[in-house]
Design a binder for this molecule. Structure first.
Ligand SMILES: C=CC1=C(C)c2cc3[nH]c(cc4nc(cc5[nH]c(cc1n2)c(C)c5CCC(=O)O)C(CCC(=O)O)=C4C)c(C)c3C=C
Ligand SMILES: [Fe+2]
Ligand SMILES: [Fe+2]
Length: 371
């Protein structure tokens, strides 16, 4: 098909964003804590609390980012994913000219600027693709809501269809299983040398406050469990020892568990090697490169964990990119069959908005936390 007859399809990739300099740390944190999806207080209370928490946390966060050159690598790595996805989609010859755009939630490029760029390009359709395989109101839900606000602000009116979540997408699962298997085998060699038990796989996901699951009804935790169980099934290793745990707790509220710290301590007591897998992230950033590699690595050493192996995130693994292509196609089919998104957070609530994956989301918890 010629360039002129192909429809222009914008694929908008969402991620959280990260500071691009030490000076950006405090305003980035303010944007995060001022989001009603993170702190659900009315204003002016949320604004004031966000000012207070971001000022207090900024020195700690700056120290975290100091370990990785004072900034987050999230945007560069997301750009690589966007480029790989755009190339793969434009190789499909399905009547679309695709362009991938990035909108970060709490730092640049913000939704307002990206929505203006999508409008200037003249997109006929928009597919929203959160770079979070599992749906949480605190991540994908917040980004989608903010995107629709930005579209209204800049007058971007082309039809939108949202890919809410893809916790068991075959490409994502295959890329993860391949990388985890390689990490597990490295740890197994060390375990054999040390004459100890086989290692345990710890699927470590970013935590959320318990109320986000129990009161708001986020499918996030059950989708994390579903992803982990599907990866384990794909790895097909008999008698594999694995568990799901949650990292990155901040603030005084009760968060979902077990915590990754507690699981590291338990492994130390049992003289078990561990293979740590960041299963809710598809890109490297401070929570993998600093929290997992440095902070939890040191904790593992302190707690006498005999082996600590960290598996990298899928980033631009060709199988993951192929998985994202299939998510775009599935979302396009839904757009063609059912029409564009016809809901807002106000009309549909916070719940994961599409029926397809909610069938997964509504399954009961497969492995109770801490079991
Ligand atoms: C699945 C992904 C994520 C969920 C769920 C999530 C929830 C969540 N996060 C905070 C607080 C912070 N998150 C921070 C950084 C950060 N978080 C994620 C992902 C999820 N967050 C990413 C990708 C990043 C960016 C890391 C980077 O390198 O830029 C931070 C800042 C860092 C720090 O100070 O520790 C905070 C704070 C809450 C409160 C929350 C759920 C309510
Ligand atoms: Fe976070
Ligand atoms: Fe869903």
């Amino acid at each position: 098909m010629s360039e002129t007859t192909r429809k222009k399809r914008a694929i908008v990739l969402f991620n959280l964003g990260g500071p691009d300099s030490p000076a950006a740390v405090e305003p980035f944190l303010f944007n995060l804590f001022n989001d009603p999806a993170i702190i659900s207080l009315p204003n002016p209370f949320r604004f004031l609390l966000a000012k207070l928490i971001s000022r207090r946390r900024a020195p700690i966060a700056r120290e975290i980012y100091d370990h990785i050159g004072g900034k987050s690598p999230l945007l560069e790595l997301t750009q690589e994913q966007a480029d790989a996805l755009q190339t793969a989609l434009n190789g499909e010859d399905d009547g679309y000219e695709n362009r991938c755009f990035i909108a970060m939630r709490y730092w640049k490029p913000f939704a307002d600027d990206t929505a203006a760029a999508v409008k200037a390009w003249g997109a006929d359709e928009q597919i929203l693709l959160p770079l979070y395989p599992q749906f949480s109101t605190t991540t994908s839900g917040s980004s989608v809501k903010d995107w629709k606000r930005a579209c209204a602000k800049v007058g971007l009116t082309s039809p939108i269809k949202t890919a809410c979540c893809y916790p068991t997408n075959p490409g994502f699962i295959e890329a993860s299983a391949e990388m985890i298997k390689a990490g597990y085998e490295r740890a197994l060699v060390k375990a054999t040398e040390l004459g100890i038990d086989k290692p345990r796989i710890l699927f470590s996901a970013h935590g959320v406050p318990k109320a986000v699951i129990t009161k708001r009804g986020d499918p996030y935790q059950s989708q994390i469990e579903k992803t982990s169980a599907t990866v384990v099934e794909k790895m097909a290793i008999e008698g594999l020892d694995w568990n799901v745990c949650y990292q990155s707790r901040v603030g005084p509220m009760e968060w979902i568990g077990p915590s990754t710290e507690d699981e590291i301590e338990r492994a130390g007591k049992e003289n078990k090697g561990i293979v740590v897998v960041p299963i809710a992230f598809v890109t490297e950033h401070s929570e993998t490169l600093v929290e997992l590699d440095i902070e939890y690595g040191e904790l593992a050493h302190e707690k006498h964990v005999p082996i600590y192996e960290r598996v990298r995130t899928v980033c631009s693994h060709p199988k993951f990119i192929a998985g994202l292509v299939s998510v775009v196609k599935q979302t396009q089919d839904e757009l063609d069959e059912k029409g564009p998104d016809d809901y807002t957070v106000e009309t549909r609530g916070w719940w994961c908005p599409d029926e397809h994956s909610c069938a997964v989301a509504k399954q009961p918890s497969l492995k109770p936390a801490g079991a």
